[in-house]
Design a protein around this ligand. Structure first.
Ligand code: NI
Length: 169
């Protein structure tokens, strides 16, 4: 099932999500739907709050379907190590049509549970490191625009309010 993506302005995007506690068939179905919804929206990462489900759960595939082994399920992820810096253009499915330069760590290690509840650690660099940070932020109610200047953020919010008024958001 393809879920519609929740857009900026919906409070679900700005609250801390609840932990995943049950690793059952329902969760497996949800994860499948999240991958499907992410691909349909042409994204490489999706957090559960972005489909209106406030759970500490995200999916990532930075290869966009090319490598099945690149499909990652992050339940209850924690950032346990960061290193270096990268600056690059970042966007979010919940803030469509906007992109901004964001500086993030270049190498990031997460500790998370997989679809069966098994804990694992994984280190990513560059785009994967950025995805780990971006998606983990989502689960803590944080959007990438919290990492840009207040001036740019206000400008973006003003444009979004305009779009919303015109019924285009
Ligand atoms: Ni996002």
């Amino acid at each position: 099932m393809i879920y519609p993506i929740v857009k900026f302005g919906d409070p679900v995007l700005e609250k801390v999500a609840a932990p995943v506690t049950k690793f059952d068939d329902e969760l497996k179905k949800l994860v499948e739907d999240m991958f499907e919804s992410m691909y349909a929206a042409r994204g490489v990462g999706l957090a559960a709050p972005q489909i209106g489900i406030s759970k500490h759960l995200a999916v990532i595939d930075i290869t966009f379907k090319e490598d099945p082994d690149a499909r990652l399920v992050l339940a209850n992820p924690k950032i346990i190590h960061t290193e270096g810096k990268q600056t690059g253009s970042e966007g979010c499915l919940s803030i469509p049509e906007f992109r901004e330069e964001v500086t993030r760590a270049n190498k990031v290690t997460i500790r998370a549970q997989d679809i069966n509840g098994k804990w694992y650690e994984k280190t990513g660099e560059e785009l994967l490191a950025r995805a780990f940070l971006h998606e983990t932020d989502h689960l803590n109610g944080k959007l990438y625009i919290s990492h840009i200047s207040a001036l740019k953020r206000d400008l973006m919010k003003r444009k979004i309010r305009k779009l919303a008024k015109a019924g285009q958001w």
